[in-house]
Ligand binder design. Structure first.
Ligand SMILES: Nc1nc2c(c(=O)[nH]1)N[C@H]1C(S)=C(S)[C@@H](COP(=O)(O)O)O[C@H]1N2
Ligand SMILES: [Mo]
Length: 364
């Protein structure tokens, strides 16, 4: 393509560096918090026992940052690509083997980054129009994109260093462009972050969730009708398996010491909402079942099938006094959509692990 085809004066390195810095910062926050989410949801064996159940709001904060930084990265990536795209049409396509490799690297970086942000955005909408599993794909693309990003920064280090500092006088067009980019990032953040940040709730216009809308003031991801648990089997008993197995009716559970805790549901999809939960401490149930002090527990739902039917809770969570088998939320008996007759609520855990419609607990 001929010189002069791209007319804007902003297709130049200083603009790319300024936007690249913001984009790089957003992507690093997004990658770090994404790793935290992955480890909390599916820890490797050696780590499971060491996961901290505090701070109680930890996952709410890291996952909130994950979705906020990922959303902000979308307009930033758009601006960055616009600044540099004339280079994508550079001719000849490769001047040397090294140049060819660099361009291939950029192709992988751009493709994985676009796909990563796209799959993440659609996940916040709970929309999965693809045949591959979301979580594993998003995880590995994250590594690919972040690795590609680091290589890209290394390859461009001299150029970045040369344009790191502002040259006076700056370009008026650049100032206008950066103001527009800042405004777009601000707008997408302000209109979506309310799904997790309470004081931004009033500007939450476009987020897929309003954290205060739903039965008992809480959103629902999977309803009781979807899970086939709208009607609890007659004569339901909690089956407690361990050295001293037990079957506990709802009345039996209500006779045990009751505790109330304030804990959030922090969904991996980005919304979070706090509530007051009341019920029996999981550790008290483990004591009843004769479990040793360092026991974990496997929780199984009444749900016939579904990816979140069974969860395992290492001892660090099971032994935390905030971890409850909740029977009530915000002063009312759990609505079917929130897990009636009983659900798990634990601190610093992804929402997917807060099992609803609990049927069975096994000492591990
Ligand atoms: N048995 C079961 N428990 C479940 C789920 C599920 O699909 N099945 N969804 C989980 C997810 S993804 C979230 S975010 C929380 C939401 O809890 P809530 O619907 O009470 O707000 O429940 C969790 N517990
Ligand atoms: Mo969730």
């Amino acid at each position: 393509m001929r010189e002069g085809t791209f007319s804007s004066v902003l297709h130049e390195p200083r603009t790319a560096v300024v936007i690249g810095r913001w984009l790089g910062a957003a992507l690093l926050v997004c990658f770090g918090t994404g790793l935290v989410s992955h480890l909390l949801q599916q820890p490797p064996h050696w780590l499971a026992g060491a996961l901290p159940s505090r701070p109680a709001d930890g996952y709410r904060i890291t996952q909130g940052l994950h979705v906020i930084s990922g959303t902000a990265a979308i307009p930033l990536l758009g601006a960055k690509l616009w600044t540099v795209y004339p280079q994508l049409f550079a001719w000849p396509p490769a001047r040397s083997v090294l140049h060819l490799l660099e361009r291939l690297g950029i192709a992988v970086l751009v493709a994985s980054m676009l796909l990563e942000l796209f799959t993440g955005l659609l996940n916040t909408l709970q929309w999965y129009p693809w045949p591959f599993p979301f979580r594993q794909t998003h995880f590995w693309l994250g590594w690919l994109a972040t690795g590609g990003l680091l290589l890209h920064v290394a390859a461009k280090a001299p150029l970045i260093a040369a344009h790191w500092r502002r040259v006076r006088p700056g370009l008026a067009q650049r100032r206008a462009f950066l103001t527009a980019v800042t405004a777009s990032v601000g707008a997408v953040t302000l209109t979506t972050a309310g799904q997790t940040v309470p004081w931004l709730r009033r500007t939450d216009l476009f987020a897929p969730r309003r954290p205060d809308l739903g039965p008992q003031g809480l959103p629902v991801n999977r309803t009781a009708v979807q899970a086939g648990t709208a009607v609890t089997p007659a004569g339901w008993r909690l089956r407690l398996d361990g050295p001293r197995p037990a079957l506990l009716s709802l009345a039996d559970l209500q006779r045990l010491p009751q505790f109330t805790v304030e804990l959030p549901i922090s969904c991996v999809e980005g919304w979070s909402a706090s509530a007051h939960w009341s019920g029996v401490r999981v550790r008290d149930l483990l004591d009843l079942a004769g479990a040793p002090a360092d026991a974990g527990v496997r929780v199984t739902s009444l749900e016939a099938d579904g990816p979140y039917r069974v969860t395992e809770m290492p001892s660090g969570y099971a032994g935390d006094p905030l971890t409850l088998l909740a029977l009530r939320v915000n002063g009312e008996v759990l609505a079917p959509d929130h897990g009636y007759p009983a659900r798990i609520i634990a601190p610093n855990r992804p929402g997917v692990l807060q099992t609803k419609w609990v049927d069975r607990m096994e000492v591990l």
